[in-house]
Design a binder for this molecule. Structure first.
Ligand code: MN
Length: 502
């Protein structure tokens, strides 16, 4: 469902006519080589396409206008190989709606000490050309990422690849549709938010549907399709005895498959990229969707439980950023703690809806258990432990005057012991720098209990995404000190109150 290969980033080099045609020809050739090298880098998820060297205000306006209109162009790389008087760029930058990277590289890596002459100096000028351009961008208050280093150093295409993933998620969100079945869980605060502001800020539209619209699709599912999906479940998962052909709850497995097919059809027909449901609005559905939500997430849909559309959209963005990377991405909730002071950690889970992309086992267990809330038939769900290793938890909250993103670095660890009676998928983790600091910082920041959890992404992906989206970002990692974090919260309130609403 998510294919980043269709997307492009455009490399636009700046120059001027002062140096003569031979230098401009050389700039164009160098720009072509760099784009080709970036496009061929193993880490690069998108194509990198070179554009003509820019030397006039009119041409700059035109290339930016073309970038705005190109549906598959997720952003630009701007690089001043030679000096390019920056006032030429004002008109174009005023109209540019796509994100951009300011690449600060030099075509020649080394100074040719014994042969350097003024021809070399005329061509390799980014050390001052990019400073001229940087001044203008800062003067105009433009959000961008600045990447510094030689273009053949793998770190440079690596940083560009990370940013490109964020730019893809941004492009994916523009015009995206998010379906809500029912409203938010009653009386809950943090899952609420301003849908108008979200659409203005992030580009996605959140629309609500009655459960009857969904149950009509579920009831209309073809029996043969249900049989085929049950067979697929049996091939992919370790099916519990009560759900097997002669098991007492076999009918519930068919019902779960029917719900998945109806939900999937609804989302596909409506062109939705993410969705929410809530256990309090289930009229007409016999089970709370469990395996259905888990498998839809694994296919790239964003999801938030209890009507949490902000997290649904965030999980979708994280899935786009993570496409093709090792490690899974899921909806998650900080559920319960282990508070041994020498080994404090979190058990993350949800009632049902954890994505099997994070499972350690290739064949998760397919089970049925009662759900103590909701008053429905027992829901079918996949149960598994998460892969161990580094991960991030991300929350997006509505502060009333702005959106705030909080990212916490984690280390997923194995459970101390097997959890034979826990009937849900789960992950156990140590938050950075430690639970005591991380949880205090998270709570002071107003971070939600729901998160987007990823073992594929790093803080850098979220940092680039937040920069593109223009949202406040707070990072909790090994460098976090609570004393400094509290100051950051106070300073940010002042900044966003005065100047942050660009
Ligand atoms: Mn929840």
């Amino acid at each position: 469902m998510i294919d980043l290969n269709r997307y492009e980033v455009w490399l636009v080099a700046g120059s001027q006519h002062l140096y003569g045609d031979e230098v401009l020809r050389q700039v164009a050739e160098n720009s072509r080589q760099i784009a080709e090298s970036f496009a061929g880098a193993d880490s690069m998820p998108v194509n990198v396409v070179t554009q003509p060297v820019q030397t006039t205000p009119d041409a700059i306006r035109q290339v930016f206008s073309a970038a705005n209109a190109a549906a598959d162009c997720v952003g630009l790389i701007l690089w001043m190989h030679t000096f390019s008087p920056a006032r030429m760029w004002i008109g174009g930058l005023n109209t540019l709606h796509k994100p951009f990277v300011h690449l600060h590289t030099q075509f020649n890596r080394d100074i040719p000490w014994s042969t350097i002459d003024m021809n070399f100096m005329n061509l390799n000028q980014s050390a001052h050309g990019d400073r001229e351009f940087g001044y203008l961008c800062t003067r105009m208050g433009l959000a961008r990422k600045v990447i510094v280093g030689h273009w053949q150093d793998p770190e440079v295409p690596g940083e560009l690849a990370t940013w490109s993933r964020a730019a893809c998620a941004w492009q994916d969100a523009q015009g995206a549709r998010i379906a809500r079945f029912g409203d938010n869980m009653r009386d809950v605060a943090v899952t609420e938010g301003d849908k108008v502001e979200a659409e203005m800020r992030f580009g996605y539209a959140v629309t609500g549907y009655g459960l009857g619209d969904l149950t009509a699709r579920v009831d209309g599912v073809d029996d043969a399709a249900v049989d085929a999906l049950v067979q697929e479940y049996e091939e992919q998962y370790d099916v519990a005895a009560t759900l097997r052909p002669s098991g007492a709850q076999r009918a519930s497995l068919y019902e779960a498959a029917r719900i998945e097919l109806g939900l999937r059809a609804f989302l596909e027909d409506g062109g939705f990229k993410a969705f929410t449901d809530t256990f309090e609005n289930l009229h007409g559905l016999r089970q709370l969707p469990g395996i259905a939500v888990q498998r839809l997430m694994a296919d790239g849909y964003g999801f938030g439980a209890e009507g949490d559309w902000k997290t649904a959209a965030l999980v979708r963005a994280m899935k786009v950023m993570a496409a093709g990377l090792a490690g899974g991405t899921s909806f998650m909730e900080d559920y319960t703690y282990h508070l041994d002071r020498d080994d404090m950690k979190v058990l993350g889970a949800h009632m049902l809806e954890i994505c099997p992309s994070i499972a350690v086992s290739a064949q998760p267990s397919l089970e049925i258990h009662p759900l103590s809330i909701g008053g429905k038939e027992d829901p079918v769900r996949l149960v598994f432990d998460a892969q161990t290793g580094p991960a991030v938890n991300v929350t997006l909250v509505d502060m009333g005057d702005r959106f705030r993103m909080v990212v916490n670095e984690l280390e997923v660890v194995p459970p101390d012991e097997p959890l034979p009676r826990l009937p849900v998928a789960r992950a156990v983790w140590l938050p950075r720098p430690d639970l005591k600091t991380a949880a205090a910082a998270w709570i002071l920041a107003g971070g939600a209990h729901h998160t987007g959890f990823s073992q594929a992404l790093t803080v850098a992906h979220l940092e680039d995404f937040a920069e593109i989206a223009g949202v406040e970002l707070l990072i909790i990692d090994d460098t976090t000190s609570l004393r400094e974090f509290k100051k950051e919260l106070r300073w940010n309130d002042d900044y966003y109150g005065r100047a942050g609403r660009r």
